[in-house]
Design a protein around this ligand. Structure first.
Ligand code: 9WN
Length: 444
């Protein structure tokens, strides 16, 4: 269906196409992230899908969030994949994780988590609701509050046990940006053992050149092998993790989510002190990720005790998290206009995941170069807040043009906008609805 999209159709038609895509991906129990490639529920996809659906079908949006929170573990962790409908052709299969005894009865899940963007989406769903819908959203904030808070506590307790102010990723999948170049050096230090009961199946519906390399995948799978042997016990896996990274992307999303959950707490008349304290600690620690030489917020390899390069899109997340000061925001803004940085050639689009002059830049390979609608949306929000409405408008315009011209793909080549990855990709559809709402509000 995506090939039928005409860039000249009025935007209301484009919105109908986005809703039709989300309906086509709706399996009842949840909305799958893509028509073929991802047949289960994914964590941050679910939050973004709900945000897109909220004004059109609030009940369906709330159903999506309830389905996600049903997967929460007893310790508060909300997993990254929920296998509501049992096994499929996706790998890892549910049994591969060996999370029995940890996942809720009858709902197999992965053992990892993903960017906690849910609280930020929930607050927006409430704030953007019509007068008529708002009471139901307020009640829903109340219904979900404890589970979301428990999940944030899990991050701050089990992924920052020494209380340093930054939580650690134990697997690149937890960042949502799996094969991003900033993880390359930390992954290179992981020595993968072959895992006998695993076979890749992610290159059936998507070209191999647009998926992570075999080298990366061997490590992704090896890490799961290490953690499942430790029965996913938080202290044990944190201590043994061959990959442990303090990531500016994940921590900025958590910071914003803590701030948004604090706003929800106040709205509901609940205490917010714990949420405020987390934000203070993160703000302090996050400042140390800044690299003044490169003008980036860099990831930190917590195993080797070294700074990781190739920050790419992760730096812009600092704007979403309100973690960049005026000068840092200006440096990030300058990179948008720099042709060796992110300025696209004529006919291309903002915002590549990696700088054009980064040796790791690969314009069609997954999180190594392509434009993703979610990161344009986050960066646009951040540039607006930092006082750069022009940059924000360009990011939104490019994202909308890509989805209108090519349909809802997983990602797009920053040099000419050609689509790649999974087709019929839900969050590209959902966020096109969100971006169009934002655009309308600004131009109204
Ligand atoms: C592994 C579903 C997910 C997204 C991630 C994206 C990709 C999975 C995969 O797809 O990851 O979790 O199989 O590649 O990187 O951000 O949530 O859309």
């Amino acid at each position: 269906m995506s090939a039928e999209i005409d860039p000249d159709v009025p935007s209301d038609d484009a919105a109908s196409r986005a809703l039709a895509q989300l309906r086509a991906n709706d399996l009842g129990a949840f909305v799958r992230p893509a028509e073929r490639q991802y047949p289960h529920q994914w964590n941050w996809d679910a939050a973004l899908i709900a945000l897109g659906l909220a004004p059109h079908d609030p009940d369906r949006a709330r159903h999506e969030v309830r389905a996600l929170l049903r997967g929460a573990w007893a310790d508060g962790m909300v997993p990254h994949i929920l296998y509501h409908l049992g096994p499929s052709d996706y790998r890892p299969a549910p049994s591969f994780w060996r999370t029995e005894g940890r996942h809720p009865a009858g709902l197999p899940t992965s053992g990892l988590s993903q960017p906690p963007i849910l609280a930020s989406c929930l607050l927006r769903m409430h704030d953007d609701a019509s007068e008529r819908d708002r009471p139901a959203w307020r009640a829903f904030l109340d219904e979900t509050f404890d589970a979301v808070l428990a999940w944030h506590r899990w991050w701050h307790r089990d992924r920052d046990p020494a209380q340093r102010g930054l939580v650690a990723l134990l697997h690149p999948w937890e960042s949502g940006t799996d094969d991003a170049p900033r993880f390359a050096d930390a992954l290179a230090r992981v020595e993968p053992r072959p895992v006998p009961d695993f076979e890749r199946a992610d290159r059936v519906h998507v070209a191999a050149a647009e998926r992570p390399s075999d080298d990366d995948y061997a490590r992704f799978v090896h890490l799961i092998g290490v953690y499942r042997e430790l029965a996913w016990r938080p202290k044990a896996i944190f201590a043994a993790a061959p990959f442990r990274v303090l990531d500016p992307f994940l921590n900025a999303i958590l910071q914003r989510a803590d701030a948004d959950l604090a706003r929800i707490a106040r709205l509901l008349g609940r205490p917010a002190d714990e949420l405020d304290a987390w934000q203070d600690a993160t703000r302090h620690a996050y400042a140390r990720l800044w690299n003044d030489e490169t003008g980036t917020f860099d990831a930190w390899d917590d195993r080797a005790g070294t700074r990781l390069g190739s920050s790419g899109i992760a730096s812009f997340a600092a704007l979403w998290g309100r973690l960049a000061d005026r000068r840092q925001a200006t440096r990030l803004h300058d990179a948008l206009d720099d042709p060796t940085g992110y300025a696209p050639p004529a006919g291309g689009a903002l915002l590549a995941t990696t700088r054009f002059d980064d040796p790791a830049f690969a314009p069609r390979r997954y999180w190594r170069g392509p434009v993703w609608i979610v990161t344009n949306w986050m960066a646009a929000d951040g540039f607006d807040a930092a006082g750069y409405p022009g940059a924000a408008a360009r990011l939104r315009r490019d994202a909308l043009e890509l989805t209108e011209r090519h349909g809802f793909w997983e990602h797009y080549d920053p040099r000419d906008g050609t689509p790649g990855g999974a087709s019929g990709f839900s969050w590209s559809a959902a966020l096109s609805l969100v971006l169009r709402r934002g655009t309308k509000a600004v131009t109204a």
